[in-house]
Structures are given as C-alpha cells and as structure tokens.
Design a protein around this ligand. Structure first.
Ligand SMILES: CC(C)(COP(=O)(O)OP(=O)(O)OC[C@H]1O[C@@H](n2cnc3c(N)ncnc32)[C@H](O)[C@@H]1OP(=O)(O)O)[C@@H](O)C(=O)NCCC(=O)NCCS
Length: 150
C-alpha cells in the first residue's frame, strides 16, 4: 500500500470519483432501497464525505450521515456509501476508508456506526464483515443492518 490519505472533496476529485469503474456484478449492490428512501429526508448538514487519495491519485470514496435526531435508529450514525475504483480494490483502500470513518464517528461522540447492505455474492457483505461489522437486524426490504460498536 502506498501513502493513503483521506481528503475533502474538491471539483477535481469529484470528477475522479464519478469516473470510478466497478467490477462485473457490483452495480446491483450500490444502492440498497433503504438508502434511496432515507436520502429524501437527510439533512445535507449532517452528511460527511471524504475521498481516499494515494499520492495524487484518487482511489476511493466514503460518505456517512451523523444525525442523532434521525427518525430511524440505523441512520443516525451510518456509513452511506463506500467505493474503491475497480483497479484499486483488494489492497486495503476500503479498510483505510472505514477506519477514517470510525475515527470521525468517535470524534463526534457516536458510540456505533451502522451500515445497510444487500447480502449476496458480488456484493460488499464479506468486506463489511472483515472490517468489523456484525449483522444486528434487517430492514423491511430484507437488507442486512450491521454495526460496529465504538
Ligand atoms: C466493497 C469495497 C469498498 C471494498 O474495498 P477494497 O479496497 O477492495 O477492500 P480492502 O482491500 O480494504 O479489504 C478489506 C478486507 O475485506 C476483504 N474483502 C474485500 N472484498 C472482499 C470480497 N469481495 N470477498 C471477501 N473478502 C473481501 C479483504 O480480503 C480484506 O480482508 P483482510 O484485511 O482480512 O485481508 C469495494 O469492493 C467496492 O468499491 N465495491 C463496489 C462498491 C460497493 O459495493 N460498495 C458498497 C455498497 S455502497
């Protein structure tokens, strides 16, 4: 692994993130229904995003929502989206991004972080388990709700 860093989004890095490629079969796991519904009520002021850069190359993206007042418990401290460019997957970028997110959650006084994902091969289930998320429930759409206690 090179010199990974988390940096704020800029006009240039947003373009790089939007041009990330996916491995075959990953598309269908990108946006569980629950996130689409919650997105309509998320307050932009409670969202947090960072890009992962390796030297001067943009290799990953992670975002979260931190809002203790959000109606649904599992959206109060939640990993919203994580993406690693297809060519950069499998070398620790995703774990680095999650570690940064956990640091951010701790610094905001959160005692846990949730993630919601669809189980199935080609999806992020194994990754989330490897980096420490434990399934704790299910949404009404059959997605897994998992959690890391801080
Ligand atoms: C999920 C994703 C972010 C993982 O990023 P990554 O940089 O490849 O993951 P890492 O290299 O940091 O892997 C961390 C650990 O998870 C494991 N892991 C990652 N993907 C895995 C997979 N598909 N199957 C099994 N284990 C996996 C790694 O082996 C590693 O384990 P280790 O640390 O014990 O050796 C990346 O595959 C991705 O961008 N997928 C497409 C987008 C997506 O589905 N996002 C989630 C929904 S928003």
């Amino acid at each position: 692994m090179g010199d990974l860093r988390l940096v704020e989004l800029s006009a240039t890095t947003i373009v790089a993130v939007n041009n990330f490629s996916l491995k075959p079969g990953q598309e269908e796991f990108l946006s569980p229904v629950s996130y689409g519904i919650a997105a309509t009520v998320v307050n932009p002021q409670t969202s947090w995003q960072r890009v992962v850069v390796d030297g001067d190359e943009v290799v990953g993206f992670v975002s979260a929502n931190f809002d203790p007042d959000f109606p649904q418990e599992h959206f109060r401290s939640v990993l919203w989206r994580i993406n690693v460019d297809a060519d950069e997957q499998g070398r620790g970028v995703g774990r680095f991004a999650v570690d940064g997110l956990l640091d951010e959650a701790r610094s905001r006084g959160m005692d846990h972080v949730n993630v919601i994902y669809e189980a199935g091969s080609g999806g992020p289930e194994k990754f989330f388990e490897r980096v420490g998320f434990t399934p704790v429930g299910e949404t009404e759409y059959g997605e897994v709700i998992a959690e890391i206690r801080l």
